[in-house]
Design a protein around this ligand. Sequence first.
Ligand code: SAH
Ligand code: SF4
Length: 382
Amino acid sequence: MSASERVNLLGMSLPEMEEFFLSLGEKKFRARQILKWIHHHQVDDFEHMTDVGKVLRAKLAEIAEIRAPEVLHEGISRDGTRKWVLKVDGGGAIEVVFIPDGRRGTLCVSSQVGCALDCSFCSTGKQGFQRDLTSAEIIGQVWLAARSFGPRTNLGEHPITNVVMMGMGEPLLNYDNVVRAMRVMKDDLGYGISKKRITLSTSGVVPMIDRLSAELDVSLAISLHAPNDELRDELVPLNRKYPLEELLAACRRYSDAITHRHKTITIEYVMLRDVNDRPEHARQLLRLLKGMSVKINLIPFNPFPDAGYERSSRESIMEFHRFLNDNGLMTTIRTTRGDDIDAACGQLVGEVMDRTRRSERWREAVFLRNQEQAGEAGPLQR
Ligand code: SAH
Ligand code: SF4
């Protein structure tokens, strides 16, 4: 059986895994055993699963696999931030970033290859949409990062304490796979990360916000970026479909549906010089959000080639921050991390694509050289 025909167990949640073993005529408890091997020990070879009988191990090796995306490149920043560039089936690359901060370690996970929503300041948007990631490719990012830290001895000790769905792509447009992967992140047989510490960031796909609150009430972040429809239509084109009033109504419903402490929604606001960073924008934002259970995260814009925007000055970011806080809106400024390895928000794709192309050229060169050595001259080798 070829690799692509095998069932990839990496993306399965507990009920799916139980179903899989029942369909093989095996007992349900196997699902729990295998999930622990995969996600607690990051084992990808059935032979290493010592509490599974030899016959079943051989059967699994025949029909199933545990396969994460291939690592093309790994970078570690001076500030401890780590980034992996991963190659996905069918070409294209995604990235996953780990940001350590004291006792907290946040993993920033991608949900799609590219993005169709074309926000004007986002390099992923500029790349266009290639495809949705499978749940195995989404949870595979957590698996790879966890594996790089070595096996874990018990829950809670792991360096990955938080996950943010803030990498490439719009997670709510790949809803089923993202929710399946988030279930594994949350499950004790997976990574045991509480739903409060899993944050899904969306540019505002209103119907899916409602669906999410009913199914898996993780923490929510909204990429707002503008305090009025005219400006938001320009920065986040999805606003033309789901304008501010509808989006904020969905946020209120989300908060109301959640009874835990994490009902506060994060509002992300990228600071673009002379575009959305003036005092009048801060005043409009205050009016818009007053009375809601939100906290605001100001994100200094991360430039990329031909972006057409500049980062707001330090003074205007501080002023914006002060005004909102003074008026009762809890506001923080996101520190840019990992920018020496291009791991900061929205900064990566150009670099990712360059690297992918470089690495593809490299592969091609190696392939041609091997052919040459084997005496099988290809068409390019005249
Ligand atoms: N698609 C989702 C999640 C991925 S983007 C969303 O839009 O929310 C994660 C965050 O990075 C979003 O708030 C996005 O607006 C922000 N972002 C995108 N490009 C950026 C850039 N160049 N500089 C700073 N933040 C950026
Ligand atoms: Fe897509 Fe988010 Fe980038 Fe907008 S900001 S293009 S929704 S990844």
